[in-house]
Design a protein around this ligand. Structure first.
Ligand SMILES: Cc1cc2nc3c(=O)[nH]c(=O)nc-3n(C[C@H](O)[C@H](O)[C@H](O)COP(=O)(O)O)c2cc1C
Length: 179
């Protein structure tokens, strides 16, 4: 049976680098019959922030996270988290989805295979000061959720088109790993 895969992107940039890289990753996946993709940055109006007010439910009629995205993530074997580097952090839209995990922590924890994909302008590697905080963040997040971090693509210097092409190939190869 095909692996259940959820791809979450955070960038609000229509047809931006994250988008082409996510397309590349998905192209590499052999069996896409159970693949679900949600572009949080492009559908931000439907992403409600976590609310911890006991009197106010986070389930609104237009809240796509509780109605569609979270059930898909909970059910997934593989979770792909894709962000662009924005002021040394992750996209706010992706973080808004991650903060919503709080309501589903127990159901989400354990066993998922996770792939992390980061796109940025800076030419550094994962240990450089530009990307270090982000790679550390995903490392900690996976440890806390008891998820297996299976692979990463760091698409650095992604404004350079030949570099971007190379990173798209890396993303496609990562997608091919999912069997
Ligand atoms: C709001 C904003 C903040 C950014 N901050 C950084 C940064 O801190 N470091 C960096 O290397 N690139 C930064 N960039 C560049 C993006 O990370 C880079 O262009 C990335 O490829 C954009 O991906 P996207 O087109 O999918 O959004 C920033 C871009 C924007 C729009």
């Amino acid at each position: 049976m095909a692996k259940k895969i959820t791809v979450l992107t955070g960038s609000p940039h229509l047809n931006g680098t994250s988008s082409s890289l996510a397309d590349g990753f998905i192209n590499g996946v052999t069996d896409k019959s159970n693949l679900y993709r949600f572009d949080a940055g492009l559908n931000a109006a439907q992403v409600h922030f976590l609310k911890l007010d006991e009197n106010e439910s986070t389930i609104h009629d237009d809240d796509i996270i509780s109605k569609e995205v979270m059930p898909k993530i909970i059910d997934s074997d593989v979770l792909v988290l894709w962000t662009s580097l924005y002021y040394y952090g992750i996209n706010a839209e992706l973080k808004a989805v991650i903060d919503r995990f709080y309501e589903y922590n127990h159901e989400l924890k354990d066993g998922k295979d996770v792939y992390v994909l980061i796109s940025g302008y800076d030419a550094g590697d994962k240990n450089s000061s530009a990307y270090h905080s982000l790679t550390e963040y995903f490392d900690q997040l996976c440890k806390y959720m008891r998820w297996n971090l299976r692979g990463e693509v760091l698409a650095s210097n992604s404004w350079n088109s030949s570099n971007l092409k190379k990173h798209i190939e890396e993303a496609t190869n990562l997608g091919k790993n999912i069997k």
